[in-house]
Each structure stands twice: as C-alpha cells, then as structure tokens.
Design a binder for this molecule. Structure first.
Ligand SMILES: [Fe+2]
Ligand SMILES: [Fe+2]
Length: 565
C-alpha cells in the first residue's frame, strides 16, 4: 500500500503497488483465522482493540482498466483511514486472491475534510467471465460479513454487448442544490437494462454548487450509485460541476481521486482516456479543456466564501470562477488525434463512440446550447477519422442530431445585434429518416444529448426560430466570464451570445428531460454489416414528480460494413 500526499495527482497503479497475492482457499482461511463465516470470501477474525478509526468500505464502484476484458478496478471510500484495505477475489480456479488497495487522499479545499479512497486493480482476469469479490479492511466494521458483489469482464473480439449512458445525475438527497429523488430511479434504470457498463457523461453530483459540503455531496452520490456501480463499471467523464473551488489547478481533485481509469500516457491522468470493447472504441474526453463557456465553480456574491481555517485557503472573492479552457495546452487534442489515427489503422475497430459532457449540437432553450469550442477543435477530427456517435449531457434533456459532416460558416447571428456570426453550423448529410431504416454513420456523426440523469432541473424546452418555426440553437462563440451586475457586489455571467438555425436537429423530447440511452451492438458476420441499435427510454411525468417508469421514446439503428469485409 502506498499513500499519496494531498497534493498528488492520482496516478495509474503499477504492478508493484498492487501487491497481489494469490493463495489457495485453504491457505487463505488458515491465514485468516479459524472462525470463517458463511461467505467464502469473508475474512474471519475481530478487529483488535488497537485498530484505529473506521475503515468500513462504502461508495464502492467499478471501472475498467486499459483492457476491459482483463482488468477491472474496485474503488471505494472509507470514513477514516483504512488498515490493510483489500479486495478478495474468487477466481474460477477456486482460489481466492487478496488484492491490496492503493490509498489516495485529498483534503477538500473548502471544508478541510480529508477523504480516504482506495483502489484495487484486479488484473489477469478472463474475458467474458463473472467474478465474485468482497471488499474489506482490518478496521472494517462489517468485517464478519463484508460487502460482496459480482461483476463481469468484457468479451473480446467482434461480439454482441450492451452499454447505457446518461449524464447529470446528482444525488437523491434533496437538501443539496440540484439533487432530486429521480437520481435514485435513474440508477435503478441502469440495473433494469443490465448493461456490461454505463457511460456517465459528466455532472456527477454537483458538489460544486454546495461548496461548503462538497465531500458530503460526493458521499451521497457514491451511496446512490453503488447499487449499480459495484456490479458493473461506470465509466465517467468530468463535467463542469466536477470543477470545484480549492481542489487543484483544474478543480478536479475530488473527481480524480475517486476514480481509477485507463491510462492516457499524459500528465492529465484520469481526465480523458480510451478503452475498447468488442469492435467498439470508446473515447472519453474532458470538454472543459476546449469549450468557450465558463461554467465551473463560480461565486456570484455579494458575500465572499471563506474556507475552513484548517485549509489555510484565502476567502474566495465574489466574481471568482474557475475557468480552465486550454488547460492541457493542446495535449488532449493531440492525444485525441493520435488515438483516432491509430484506430483508423486498426481493422478490429468497426465503431468509434465519443463521450464528453458539453455539447457541440444542442438546441436547448433554457440550457446552455452548443459550444463553438468543440465544433472548431474536435468536430474536424471526428469528420476526418469517422467518429460514429458522440454522447453528451450538460443540457438536461434529450436531443438527437442527423448525421453531420463539415460545417457552414458565417450563417449564425449575434443574439443581441443580429449581426452575422460564424457559429461553424454543422452540416447534416441527410434530413429525413433513410429509407433503408438505418443510418450509415460512415457518412456523418450522430450527436446525442442524454443529460436527463436525475437533477432537479429538467431542461426539455427547445429553441424555435420565431420567423419560420424551425429548430433554433443558441451557440456560445466566446468566453462568458463574470462581470459586475446591477446589484452592487454581485457578479453575473451571460449565456450564449449567438443563435443559428438547428438544421442538424432530428428529434427533441418535449415530454420530459429524464431518460436513459441503451445501446446494443450486433457484430454481424464476416464480410457483412454490423449495427448499433440505440433505444432511448424516458421517464414521462418525471418533470412533475419522480418516476420509476422509463418508456421507449426513440429508436435509431446505425449500420455499416465491417472493417474485415
Ligand atoms: Fe448538468
Ligand atoms: Fe454541465
């Protein structure tokens, strides 16, 4: 076990750190003591009187490592420092491995609370295999019956599998800003569809809107998602509400400390990454690096925000925002291009799916809208390398685009003056459902907004051009930094500065902002076509009162020739 300092950026675990010991079941229980409990994974014995604090595992969640068919991380939090934190993994050879966890901590820069997280790397696993595991520590108060769950590794090769996605979840604890009971139903929805994994496309818990209690909000999020995330990986990307005051250069210490994710080989471990399942390459991006909009932690005022004295941090002045556009100095975009170029050469990859939080194509009326920063930085790469699907959240609604490729320049208008503005309006390659019943995304990328995880703020109102009734989008084409408003000492930020006709918008859900997207991959057969069927289920009525009833709203089939054709 190693211990990081509070300032450390979480790093991928290496083999030496994980200190995996494989022992036979008999040896395991001999070493653990005689009074083995009923569960084969229960570590017997009492915590000694000298055992300090409470190391009980909670907020347990899984993520895939670099190769989802062989590596899964088990991560958790404990109320205070854990002693000998570990995962007990039952292998099919009927041996139990003890995998020691790496500790990572951070001290919240606002309230001074130190958060203890633990990460166990389970590797050398077999593909498409179920594993039984438990999580414990010497000072686990549930040590006699530790937390136990089952997960499945990814299959290899061209094969069928399912994943799900949404963003903007929040917590069920309604005393927190933007939390809602719907977030509990949303987690249950993932379990209903039993995906191999879930893509959580940003704005996890909105801790930064509750700045004096950030770790407590994260804890409520972790408790809520454990019902699913302990059984199947939840693969996240950071959203603007993961950007917190006092928690590192990009405000992402809370997020980065809690998740172990595939390595990207850069200084920004955990911010962006890739992984492959079957013939699908998944690329998870951190869009705050390229967007114009300023939407991280922000203090309007008039009062300053004073961190706990123990942090030693100075009061935050009204008008402060954590604006991190450009933080990687182009490193993320270079990594993206390199990753896409590699994928182009790899004929085992049929599909490329990108996840990010903010939107290049959103016509939400009350939400944020589309960001030109993504359009000008990443959409040309999506075009050049044939990205099939882009999954986003940020606007708390559902919108699907037509396949788009290239853009029209100079057709937007300034929202106030109506002067011409270049919004880089994406160009649809068709604007009606194809007669063959499926979209061939070889010709264009489909963008989905799936931001209806569970916040208290559904945003299912969409822009309409008052002149012709056609869809209209707000577009952010420049930074909307805070400035002093009419109330003395209070700062404001403006929304999108431009509008355009949303000629790319195919379907918008005006019934509810809440839903979940379910994706089924059909690998097809050699020399033939492969497909992805996306079904979007929405929780009708949930805008008025929380609903567990998710019904089918939209179905779209993507199909293309296999690369081995
Ligand atoms: Fe959000
Ligand atoms: Fe957001």
């Amino acid at each position: 076990m190693t211990q990081s300092s509070t300032a450390d950026r979480p790093q991928p675990l290496n083999d030496a750190e994980q200190d995996t010991a494989s022992v036979s079941r008999r040896e395991f229980f001999k070493g653990a003591g005689a009074a083995a409990a009923a569960s084969p994974l229960t570590l017997a014995g009492e915590a000694t009187a000298a055992t300090p604090a409470n190391g009980t595992p909670e907020q347990i969640h899984l993520t895939f490592g670099d190769d989802p068919s062989t590596t899964v991380f088990v991560s958790w939090v404990s109320p205070s420092q854990a002693v000998h934190p570990r995962v007990l993994l039952e292998r099919h050879s009927k041996t139990t491995s003890v995998i020691h966890a790496v500790q990572r901590t951070y001290t919240d820069g606002m309230n001074g609370q130190t958060v203890f997280t633990y990460h166990a790397k389970l590797d050398a696993l077999e593909a498409r295999t179920s594993y039984h595991y438990s999580v414990t520590a010497d000072n686990d108060q549930n040590r006699r019956t530790p937390f136990t769950a089952t997960f499945q590794t990814a299959p290899r090769g061209r094969t069928a599998f399912r994943w799900t996605s949404y963003g903007d979840l929040s917590t069920p604890v309604t005393s927190w800003v933007l939390s809602s009971p719907q977030s509990r139903h949303a987690v249950d929805a993932v379990e209903r569809f039993e995906p191999l994994f879930h893509l959580m496309n940003g704005d996890l818990c909105y801790a930064n809107l509750n700045p004096t209690a950030q770790p407590a909000v994260w804890a409520d999020f972790g408790h809520n998602v454990q019902r699913s995330a302990a059984h199947r990986p939840w693969m996240p990307c950071p959203g603007n509400h993961e950007i917190e005051f006092g928690n590192g250069a990009q405000g992402l210490n809370s997020y980065l400390t809690r998740y172990s994710l595939p390595d990207n080989g850069t200084r920004f471990a955990g911010c962006w990454y890739r992984f492959k399942v079957g013939s699908v390459l998944f690329i998870s991006l951190a869009a705050d690096d390229v967007i114009y909009q300023d939407s991280g932690a922000f203090l309007a005022g008039p009062e300053p925000l004073t961190p706990a004295p123990s942090t030693g941090n100075a009061p935050i002045k009204p008008g402060t925002s954590v604006y991190i556009r450009g933080y990687s100095g182009g490193e993320q975009t270079r990594w993206l291009e390199h990753t896409l170029a590699q994928a182009q050469q790899d004929t085992s990859i049929d599909w490329i799916v990108v996840q990010m939080h903010q939107d290049a194509l959103s016509s939400s009326k009350d939400g944020n809208g589309s960001d030109k920063g993504i359009r000008e930085t990443w959409l040309p790469l999506f075009d050049r390398y044939g990205v099939d699907l882009v999954l986003c959240g940020h606007d708390h609604d559902y919108e699907r685009s037509w396949p788009v490729r290239g853009c029209n320049h100079g057709v937007g208008r300034d929202a106030k003056s109506a002067a011409a503005v270049d919004t880089c309006q994406p160009q649809p390659v068709l604007t009606a459902d194809p007669p063959e019943g499926h979209f061939d995304t070889t010709h264009g990328t489909i963008h989905l907004i799936i931001g209806g995880g569970g916040t208290s703020s559904p945003l299912d109102k969409y822009g309409v051009n008052p002149q012709n009734g056609a869809p209209q989008a707000k577009v952010i084409t420049k930074a909307n930094r805070p400035f002093p408003g009419p109330t003395p000492g209070v700062f404001i930020k403006l929304g999108a500065d431009a509008v355009e006709d949303a000629i790319w918008s195919a379907r918008r859900d005006t019934v509810t902002g809440y839903g979940i997207a379910v994706f089924d991959v059909d690998p097809g057969s050699e020399g033939g076509k492969t497909s992805i069927t996306m079904r979007y289920y929405h929780a009708a009525g949930a805008d008025r009162s929380p609903s567990a009833n998710y019904e089918l709203f939209d179905t779209v089939v993507l199909a293309k020739n296999r690369r081995d054709a």
